[in-house]
Design a protein around this ligand. Sequence first.
Ligand code: ATP
Length: 297
Amino acid sequence: MATAADAPFLDLRDLCVRYGTADSAPVVRIDELTLSRGEFLGLAGESGAGKTTAGLTVLGLTRHTGARVTGSIRLAGEELVPAPEKRLRRLRGSVMALVPQNPAAAFSPVLPVGATVLRALRLHGCTRAEARRRAATGLERVGLPVGHLSRLPHQLSGGQLQRVAIALASALRTRLLVADEPTSALDVTVQAEICALLAELRDAHGTAVLFISHDLALLAGLCDRIAVMHQGRVREDRPAADLVAAPRADCTRRLLAAAPRPGAAAAPGPGAAVAPGPGDIAEPGPGGGRGEEAAGA
Ligand SMILES: Nc1ncnc2c1ncn2[C@@H]1O[C@H](COP(=O)(O)OP(=O)(O)OP(=O)(O)O)[C@@H](O)[C@H]1O
């Protein structure tokens, strides 16, 4: 018999996100998507596929932009879709957090980054001394001198700021990170360092990571599984190595073809279709199945 310990850490069911009226077309419609403790799940897809909307909805952040969310998001067994804002605020930081594409937006431009870090730690129950200790350990873990905490955001590079954001997640012992294209503005070397830090965070705290990117080669090197979205739906969700070695959905093939990278995931073979296929274009009906079926796999 399944026990609570077997249950996925994050479990999305029949998740539907709409903007506008209740009968507007959904921009996200995920029948099922799960993430285990300590797992790295890549969420891939072309621009507009719904990746960011899905990630922000998990954190309860699309409510603020007028989204209508229905269905179920369970985090460690707790249902979040109808959860009060106060509860979501508490969970953000202590249990789940966002590593954004542009970390500068997460820090006040007029305060030293350390002030933001210490404030977040204090909000989540740390004493002043504990907050200072954890902030210093977090900075050390991401390889930055503690003195960087007294710098303003514009005095740090994009990669350094991203490290501070990860140091904060580490200091808060976050259990779920939604990383939304966290390395897309960084050069390849810094990108690799940030990915290594996320892996360390997983090892230190069992943090699960939902890593959003259109770059399948990057995801293949980092993630246990990859789910590929197209037009709001998950078209395939499989172990990363299998998915890049033998893509099933047309949208996956297009992503692979668009981002070949030496030494990383192989581009599809010459026979692979890269033009939109029927599985991508056809919108399955409301009772439509999961991605692999929609992709004609
Ligand atoms: N606040 C909003 N109001 C209305 N529509 C929105 C809003 N936010 C997103 N959308 C729409 O939802 C769809 C999915 O957008 P989303 O940003 O989630 O895609 P994405 O896969 O993350 O794309 P990208 O890789 O370009 O960031 C798009 O059609 C977008 O226009």
